[in-house]
Design a protein around this ligand. Structure first.
Ligand code: PEP
Ligand code: MG
Length: 752
């Protein structure tokens, strides 16, 4: 008999048994009989998982029938337990000699020497084991192992569908019907509540046994060809914004889609009598079982890719879309994905998107940057979350505590409803202040600006009532693009930003690359201290073509209107002058070409390297404005890495040396009449913002969500009183002035 005809015939007979009107036990008995005779084995037994980590003999042909529902093994115990625990077959010509062998006299298995045990897998977990035994020292051939695996897969479906046994009797794997709580890493703050949507929807394979093997083979081949074409198209597409990570994954997919080993396994599974979908699932089961056993993260990652690719192939076979982006979404959608690219997230209807939950990723990943711009909470790195969630489940994602609740109990839901209501009240209070001028109690105007970096940030200008964009981080767009953006693309983007700002000022910061801001399409240069390395203005002055090209795009976008440009990481006046000369050259070029120039160009600098503060007279006579970047300034001032959590609370911005330093900058700028803004994260924290206003700052730029709380604080502030109370603090020698400042706020009833 040809190797593949056996299982095909067997599958057909199994199908016949399934439709017979008989009791589940009799069905099981008939199935073991059928398998034994088909595989020319003297014994065939089925063990199924019971709650508590047991495997119980449910049916046997060849062993003592009296042992059925009596013989039990712990997961990992005996050969059967070993097969179940490790999720892989054991093919033994001398089973009693195997170290896992556990003798069970009641089964009467003494005479049998050889044994082939195969796990009945559901996802990565075994819900049982099917085993055949022979008296002789038989070595089961590869085709036989494959055939038994195919049978096991069909058995798995029968088991979990409840058609073989009562599901209450067995442990059929993780039930996605109980509350589940997971802990991850906060990527983006906020709370979201709603219904789960799987970014890559699962495909449920309904039909396992093929009616016509030839047709199934054709379907499989056609789907593989389609899959390859779609991957090629995605990788070749210039329009698709694919980041480096996504590109790497797609490249891996493409490699696997041409992998002969994988294709052979799929075709063999079809040849054994499975439908094309079932064949994909059958091979996928092996991958998952291998994944579960692996420790090496790199190999695991690749198997993960292979698993994803199998999902894609399944979707090609069933005609389902690759992602849920264009499906009908629930009004409150919480998106679940293993990982995703920024462009994929932007594909979703933003009016319905409430939150994002990722199994992997990092807070600095591009999708997190985009999610922040969209103002949706993100929780990342939650192990196995995709295994636990079902599309349509009720879910809560807490981006503040990085907790995620799937199918939460009533009281958890209520607690979160309460939390959300409080938040909404606060948001409503902030929204009500949106149009109120930001003037302190003693009549001082403080400009509140917002930080941005993507087009998606623009609506926040209107929502928050920010007076403009104090810092537009242009590198973000470069970071989320798959290839170096073209001039036209940049002109369009900057034009859209200026249009979106509708006359409110926008300060564009030129590319601040390097450090942790790497371009997916540039080769990273290994550096010992990237934060202090070849980054930002240093890189762009050494390679001026890039900076000129960006400046050209910015000036073109600003034709006929005002534009503010500034440079990052300037450490000396000479660097600023060199960068400004590039702007002047581009302006000359516009004049030579007789094109329309911007109405007004103001050129300023970030002040985030302490050295620049020691050249203030020269600097202030060269710039149109300065913007203090307290994030970097702090790290260089205290020599304390801004990204190192161990140093997180070590030094305080609200300390005498830092406040003195900032005061020197603000005093000098104001004396010279040069506008000064502070655009680091500290500007967005009410207590810190209060201290900055006390120092003399009258312009702050912050994350959009901070505008409300900061405005609420400053409306209650008396700047004259604050400045005089703070004057006593500068000479103190404490580690921090936080407590004293808090006390000042309490005394004056300033909400911080
Ligand atoms: C800063 O350093 O304070 C700043 C605003 O720039 P970034 O956070 O982009 O480095
Ligand atoms: Mg900086």
């Amino acid at each position: 008999m040809p190797a593949t005809a056996g299982p095909r015939l067997l599958l057909k007979r199994m199908h016949d048994i399934m439709v017979e009107r008989i009791s589940p036990q009799l069905r099981l008995d008939k199935i073991v009989q059928l398998i034994a005779s088909n595989m020319v084995a003297e014994v065939c037994s089925i063990y199924l998982a019971k709650p508590g980590g047991w495997l119980e003999l449910f049916a046997t042909e060849g062993l003592n029938k009296a042992a059925v529902h009596k013989t039990r093994l712990k997961m990992g115990e005996g050969i059967v337990g070993d097969v179940a625990l490790n999720g892989r077959p054991l093919n033994l010509s001398d089973a009693p000699a195997h170290p896992s062998f556990s003798y069970r006299p009641e089964t009467g298995e003494d005479p049998y020497q050889s044994m082939l045990g195969v796990p009945i897998l559901r996802g990565p977990r075994a819900v049982g084991v099917v085993a055949v035994q022979n008296r002789t020292h038989r070595h089961y051939g590869e085709e036989e192992v494959e055939a038994l695996q195919t049978i096991a897969m069909v058995l798995a479906e029968m088991v979990v569908s409840g058609s073989l046994v009562d599901l209450g009797e067995i442990d059929a794997g993780p039930k996605r019907d109980r509350p589940w709580r997971g802990q991850g890493v906060p990527f983006c703050e906020g709370i979201a509540m709603g219904r789960a949507v799987l970014h890559e929807p699962r495909v449920k394979v309904e039909k396992l046994i093929a009616d016509d093997v030839v047709v199934e083979r054709q379907r499989l081949d056609a789907a593989i060809a389609e899959l390859r074409d779609s991957l090629d198209a995605m990788l070749a597409s210039e329009d698709t914004v694919i980041t480096g990570e996504t590109r790497d994954v797609l490249e891996a997919y493409r490699m696997f889609a041409h992998d002969r080993g994988w294709l052979t396994k799929l075709r063999e599974a079809v040849a054994s009598g499975l439908t094309a979908e079932a064949a994909v699932e059958r091979v996928q089961n092996d991958t998952r079982a291998r994944m579960a056993r692996l420790i090496d993260p790199l190999i695991k990652e690749r198997l993960h890719d292979l698993d994803d690719l199998a999902n894609r192939l399944l979707r090609h076979l069933t005609g389902k879309a690759d992602t849920s982006a264009h499906e009908a979404l629930p009004a409150d959608t919480l998106l679940f994905a293993r990982t995703m690219g920024p462009a994929e997230l932007l594909d979703y209807d933003r009016t319905k998107l409430r939150g994002l939950v990722l199994e992997e990723g990092s807070p600095t990943s591009h999708v997190a940057i985009v999610a922040r711009a969209l103002d949706i909470p993100v929780v990342g790195r939650i192990e196995n979350v995709l295994e636990q969630v079902e599309a349509g489940d009720w879910v809560i994602a807490d981006g503040d505590t990085a907790e995620i609740h799937i199918r939460p109990a009533h009281d958890v839901r209520e607690a979160y409803r309460h939390k959300l209501a409080l938040r909404a009240q606060r948001q409503a209070a902030f929204a009500a202040m949106r149009t109120q001028p930001s003037i302190t109690k003693d009549g001082e105007r403080v400009r509140l600006l917002m930080n941005a970096g993507l087009l998606a940030d623009l609506p926040h200008l209107e929502e928050t009532g920010a007076e403009g964009i104090g810092l537009f981080r242009t590198e973000l767009h470069f970071m989320i693009s798959s290839t170096m953006p073209r001039l036209k693309n940049l002109v369009d983007l900057y034009t859209a930003v200026l249009d979106g700002a509708a006359g409110k000022p926008v300060v564009f910061r030129t590319l601040d690359l390097g450090g942790d801001k790497v371009l997916p399409y540039a080769r990273p240069l290994p550096e010992e201290n990237p934060a202090m390395g070849w980054r930002a203005i240093r890189m762009t002055l050494d390679r001026p073509a890039l900076l000129r090209y960006q400046i050209r795009a910015l000036l073109k976008a600003a034709t006929g209107r005002d534009i503010d440009l500034m440079f990052p990481m300037v450490a000396e006046v000479a660097e600023f002058r060199a960068a400004r000369a590039l702007v002047d050259r581009e302006l000359e070029r516009i004049a030579q070409m007789k094109a329309d120039p911007p109405r007004k160009v103001r050129v300023g600098t970030m002040l985030e390297v302490p050295a620049l503060a020691f050249q203030l007279p020269a600097l202030l006579s060269s710039v149109d404005f300065i913007s203090v970047g307290s994030n970097d300034l702090m790290q260089f001032f205290f020599a304390s890495d801004r990204g190192n959590p161990r140093l997180g609370g070590r030094y305080d911005l609200l300390s005498p040396p830092m406040l003195n330093f900032l005061k020197g900058i603000v005093d000098a700028s104001r004396a010279r009449g040069v506008p000064v803004t502070l655009c680091g994260e500290m500007a967005g924290r009410p207590l810190e913002a209060m201290a900055l206003i006390g120092l003399g700052f009258r312009s702050l730029s912050m994350a959009p969500a901070s505008i409300g709380p900061v405005k609420q604080m400053l409306l209650a502030l008396n700047t004259g009183k604050l400045a005089s109370s703070m004057s006593d603090l500068y000479d103190r020698s404490e580690h921090s002035l936080r407590e004293q400042l808090k006390q000042l706020a309490i005394n004056e009833r300033v909400p911080v």
